[in-house]
Design a protein around this ligand. Structure first.
Ligand code: ADP
Ligand code: MG
Length: 259
């Protein structure tokens, strides 16, 4: 994480979630090949954007710049018209929910893991979030329900269950920007459908950027960004990109999108 500005901007309101990349080039330290090359991208407030493309294309790097784990080497990432570097980091992070593959759960109870999304949430808010994340059904089968401990002295959850806990946490946080890294691990059909529904629930009315591995997610996205070798190879929705018969079409037909 880069250092904070001396007098950072702390808006009194939440972000609208309008994100722009303005000619962004990025090199990881000590590398000679840019991870991103001259990226210009407009993500409209409230829309869902799916990042796709083969490994090493730059999808995670896009996320790393939006969350300010790194700053661009050249160019700007702009939020609501202002360079991301102007904002207080704490304010920025409050405005973003991150749901990464299999979440990061810690050794506490399920309730504590969900409440981590917003520490002052009431028990009933935690329960509601678990329900909206389609996690209630499996939690109810556990010996101590929400108070079941995870980790060494507790139980271990499946990948799909972990992801639903992470989604419940994000629902509780209720941030205007949502970043999802979809699990690539194969899930049973029931978990798959539930996770899909939970994600839809979560992404409604917020700017959502998803590293998408599932065709259902990709098809429903407002815009698809096809990343290739640090550049945007194609941009459009599913139908537009299929009609174009370019890179997306090729990945789609080679079953390299979705699993
Ligand atoms: P994707 O998420 O699409 O697989 P990444 O954004 O992770 O792609 O990677 C883009 C490029 O940056 C790749 O060439 C990758 O090897 C490189 N890269 C990613 N992370 C690092 C890092 N921490 N240090 C150096 N190079 C990295
Ligand atoms: Mg990645």
């Amino acid at each position: 994480t880069p250092p904070e500005k001396e007098n950072p901007l702390i808006p009194k309101i939440r972000t609208n979630g309008n994100i722009k990349f303005d000619n962004v080039t990025f090199f990881y330290d000590g590398t000679e090949k840019p991870a991103l090359k001259g990226i210009t991208l407009d993500i409209h407030a409230g829309s869902t954007v799916a990042l796709v493309g083969t490994s090493g294309g730059g999808k995670s790097t896009i996320i790393n710049l939006i969350t300010r784990f790194y700053d661009p080497t050249e160019g700007k990432v702009i939020l609501d018209g202002i360079d991301l570097r102007e904002y207080q980091l704490h304010w920025l992070r409050k405005n973003i929910s991150l749901v990464l593959q299999e979440g990061f759960l810690f050794w506490g109870t399920i309730r504590e893991n969900i409440r981590y999304g917003r520490l002052d949430a009431s028990d009933s808010e935690v329960e509601k979030a678990a329900e909206l994340a389609y996690a209630k059904d499996f939690i109810d089968t556990l010996p101590h329900g929400l108070d079941t401990p995870l980790g060494e002295r507790g139980i271990s959850l499946s990948g799909g269950q972990k992801q639903r806990i992470a989604i419940a946490r994000a629902i509780l946080k209720n941030a205007p920007i949502l970043i999802l890294d979809e699990a690539t691990s194969a899930l049973d059909n029931e978990s798959e459908v539930k996770i899909q529904k939970a994600m839809e629930q979560l992404s409604a009315d917020r700017t959502t950027i998803v590293i998408a591995h599932r065709l259902t997610t990709i098809r429903k996205a407002d815009k698809i960004v096809v990343m290739k070798e640090g550049t945007i190879a194609e941009f459009g929705n599913h139908n537009e990109l299929m009609e174009k018969q370019g890179e997306y079409y090729r990945l789609h037909n080679a079953h390299e999108l979705g699993i």
